[in-house]
Structure formats: C-alpha cells, structure tokens
Design a protein around this ligand. Structure first.
Ligand code: AMP
Length: 319
C-alpha cells in the first residue's frame, strides 16, 4: 500500500465511525500527548458531530497539553481506536484499546510489534506529531487544523527532536514546524515550557553531572536508586529531563541511566550519539529507536551486564 492509500484508509475509517478513541503510551512524553491531543483537536474541528475521546493517565505536569477523557467501557462498542506513538501493545495506556470495532496504529518507532489495520509506521519521521500533521496535509480540505492542534503538534515535535537537535530532525521536520508556526500560537512559549525544570530537577541535574561514570570507550552511566533520589524530593516528577544531560559532554558517546522503579527493578534509559543501542535494549527485554531505547534491569547483575555490553559496543566501534 502506498502512503497516500494508507492515509486515505485511515481517513475513511475515521469517516465511518461515530466514536473515535485515541490512545498513547504509558508514562507519556510531549510527543505521545501532543500527537494524541493534536489529532483529537483536528478531528473535533473536522467532524463536529463525532465523539472524539483521548484516554490515558493524566499527569499534572502535562496539563498544559490538554486533559484526557474518562470514558465508560460502553464507549468502545462500535468505536474506532487509534493508538499513537506506541510501538508495543503492553506499553499502550489503557488496555481497553482492543475493545473497539477497528484498531489503527500510527507511530514512528521501529515496528517491532505489528498491530492494527491499517498500520502507519514511519520510523524515519522525527515524531508521531509530524505524522499527524502529514495526515492533515494529505487530507486537506477534509481535515481542518486549528491553532490549538498546531500548538500541540509543535510541542510533540520539539519534545521528540530535543529542540530540533537530534539526527531525526529532517528538512521535512523543519518544514512541518515552520507550517505549524504559521498558526496563531506562541512557539516560544512552548519552547520555554519544555525547557524549564523545577528546582529539585535542577539539583538532580547537578548530581548527574557530578556523579556520572565516564569510561574510556565513551560509555557513561549513572544509577538513580530510591536512596539517591530521596533527598531531591521529586514527588511525582519524572526524571526525564536529566536523561539527555550526559550527551552534552564531548567525551560521552552512549549512556545509560538506571532509575529505580516502585517494584525495585531498574528502568534502563539508553541514549547514543553514534552506535545503535536498540539491539542492546532488546537483549534485555526492551527496545526503541536506534539512538533512544529503553529496557528493564531486574537486579544489580543485569545493570553491570548492560554497562559491560555498552562499553563493549563502543570499544568495538573505536577499533
Ligand atoms: P525512554 O527512555 O523511556 O524515554 O525510552 C526511549 C524509547 O525506548 C521509547 O521511545 C521506547 O521506544 C523505548 N522503550 C523504553 N522502554 C521500553 C521498554 N521497556 N520496552 C520497549 N521499548 C522501550
């Protein structure tokens, strides 16, 4: 199927359903929320008589990107379910996603878990928000974009490109961002909002720089156990903003941040400026993009093993 045929099929499915429910991934980031809420805004503006819902856990820190809806199971009967920005089914927020009449996946992660019909998966896209804008552009004038939808999609692109810095930022990404900026919203407000951090996170950033281990190969790592995090009093705040920090250090090529979870396993957050690290993540039950992946370490031995594998990957590169 060509891209245009897939996009047309998605639009036809939207037209055929009176209720549309949009899901995203757990522990959302600005692209998960921006693409979800942005598409919801586009659909509400394009089809005012349809019921359009966005579901998933609401995080107060993301209230500025809109609020999710609380819906009954009944709403799924005869509904179209769109799952955005989520590669693997276990990561979908709200497991009622399979209860609708039709399921569609729109995503930019590697297509490791194939679900949905149709599936529109474009790993070369910077973000799912970019894809949602592409859908709008391809299906104009049947779809309408509002200033609020543009703000949300712009926020998603800014988030997933690290402020247009990561290699996923293409000329097309910049074109889309430019077109979004023509709508009536403040791009600089969005940029500022995504850049600002709380005082506890500022202090934690200092801790990360002070305590990061940097190996001669260019591999770097830090363990953020409950014990380490406790004095920072982060509350419900996510540690996401510290994840890109090691990459600013010239000598660091790839890095792992191990964050203790409630069940005392460690969430592994892997990033790289060079060699792909998603195969390493897959070996530990995770996955993701070539340069941004994640997995779970069950104990200290697995943490040590991940560090060893990261070091070996970079040492091999340097040979
Ligand atoms: P994160 O560090 O959580 O922002 O994750 C970066 C990327 O890695 C995400 O966009 C996902 O594609 C992927 N990822 C993270 N955790 C997992 C996991 N446990 N299983 C599969 N993929 C994951």
């Amino acid at each position: 199927m060509t891209l245009k045929e897939t996009q047309t099929e998605i639009l036809n499915a939207i037209k055929q359903h009176q209720t549309i429910i949009i899901h995203r991934h757990q522990r959302p980031d600005p692209d998960a929320i921006g693409s979800q809420m942005g598409l919801a805004e586009i659909l509400k503006a394009s089809f005012p008589s349809k019921k359009i819902y966005s579901v998933g856990k609401q995080y107060p820190g993301f209230d500025w990107l809109g609020k999710t809806d609380t819906i009954d199971d009944d709403a799924y009967k005869d509904a179209l379910v769109l799952v955005l920005d989520t590669a693997n089914q276990p990561r979908i927020d709200d497991d009622r996603y399979s209860k609708g009449n039709q399921l569609i996946k729109i995503d930019h992660h590697p297509n490791d878990d194939q679900f949905g019909d149709p599936m529109w998966v474009s790993p070369e896209a910077s973000s799912t928000s970019e894809l949602v804008f592409d859908l709008y552009t391809a299906m104009k004038p049947e779809l309408t974009c509002t200033a609020e939808a543009a703000r949300l999609l712009y926020a998603g692109i800014v988030g997933d490109t690290g402020r247009f810095m990561y290699p996923s930022t293409s000329t097309h990404t910049m074109k889309v961002a430019g077109e979004l900026m023509q709508f009536d919203f403040s791009a600089s407000d969005v940029n500022q909002k995504e850049d600002e951090i709380s005082i506890p996170l500022a202090r934690l950033s200092a801790y990360v720089y002070e305590n990061l281990t940097i190996l001669p190969s260019g591999a770097a790592y830090i363990k953020l156990s409950d014990e380490v995090l406790e004095p920072f009093k982060l509350g419900d705040e996510s540690t996401s903003s510290v994840v890109p920090l090691p990459g600013r250090i010239k000598e660091v090529k790839s890095w792992a941040i191990f964050v203790e979870s409630k069940d005392h396993t460690f969430r592994i957050r892997l990033r790289s400026k060079g060699p792909a690290i998603n195969e390493l993540a897959k070996r530990h039950g995770g996955g993701g993009h070539a340069l941004a992946s994640g997995a779970v370490a069950h104990d200290d031995d697995e943490i040590k093993q991940v560090i060893k594998e990261l070091d070996a990957l970079l040492s091999k590169q340097g040979e």
